[in-house]
Write a protein that binds this ligand. Structure first.
Ligand SMILES: Nc1nc2c(ncn2[C@@H]2O[C@H](COP(=O)(O)OP(=O)(O)OP(=O)(O)O)[C@@H](O)[C@H]2O)c(=O)[nH]1
Ligand SMILES: [Mg+2]
Length: 217
């Protein structure tokens, strides 16, 4: 006899992501998964965001890198609690690693927890961490062909940041093409052009971010 069970069995990562999502919901925390290529400006954007919004939002960061804790140190220097996960070779963070990291920061007291994922535009987008939103960063020097080369990652973004816009005058980068290619796979996500080093364009990102915050009980 064959019994059909119309229930999808969650894998370990999905189960853990669900637990993380419940934790965030219970404590009215907004969790944002930050995905990009190496060096596109994830840590620089987060550092500037922490400094500029210090009076308004309590931010904490879970940092993911293959090796080193330098990004967590930069975040602490910007004034926010941070915990570093070293994946020792894995190209993405897992929900289980995030669960463990949550006990190493004062998570309950925070409005926003950013998870800076391991730098690449492929693997991180396939692993839910329990986040409320995903931000994908593309920087000008990476080239304007990235949205068509990595459409899956851009399709799952809730917001896209085009960073290092200060370098646009010096680099062959077709901004209109990039916006068109992102919109072809993702109609919904707002696209903000900014520079995390000069501060140009950061306000629209901050407005989006503030709108994601949940009311603390
Ligand atoms: N010109 C310019 N440089 C930037 C900007 N944002 C970041 N950078 C520089 O780009 C380099 C990489 O920035 P990071 O913030 O470390 O990039 P990341 O994405 O965190 O890198 P990984 O964590 O290694 O993946 C640094 O030298 C930054 O100073 C920007 O808006 N304009
Ligand atoms: Mg970084």
């Amino acid at each position: 006899m064959k019994i059909e069970l119309n229930k999808r069995i969650l894998d370990k990562n999905e189960e853990c992501a669900l637990q993380n999502a419940n934790f965030f919901a219970e404590h009215n925390i907004t969790c944002i998964n930050v995905i990009s290529s190496p060096g596109s400006g994830k840590t620089t954007t987060l550092g500037r965001t922490i400094r500029d919004l210090a009076d308004k939002i309590k931010i904490g960061v879970i940092e993911g890198d293959i090796f080193t804790d330098t990004d967590a140190e930069k975040i602490r220097a910007a004034g926010a609690p941070a915990v570093q996960i070293e994946t020792k070779g894995s190209c993405h963070l897992s929900a289980q690693q995030v669960t463990a990291a949550l006990s190493a920061i004062p998570a309950e007291t925070l409005d926003i927890i950013f998870i800076e994922n391991v730098g690449n535009l492929v693997c991180p987008s396939d692993f839910a961490l329990g986040e409320n939103a995903r931000v994908v960063i593309l920087s000008v020097p990476e080239g304007d062909d990235k949205p068509i080369k990595y459409p899956g990652t851009f399709a799952k973004a809730d917001v896209v940041l085009i960073n290092k816009i200060d370098l646009a005058p010096y680099i062959d980068f077709d901004l209109d093409r990039v916006i068109k290619d992102i919109k072809a796979v993702n109609h919904e996500a707002p696209i903000f052009q900014l520079s995390a080093t000069t501060g140009d364009g950061m306000q629209q990102w901050y407005d989006w971010l503030v709108a994601q915050i949940k009311c603390k009980k």
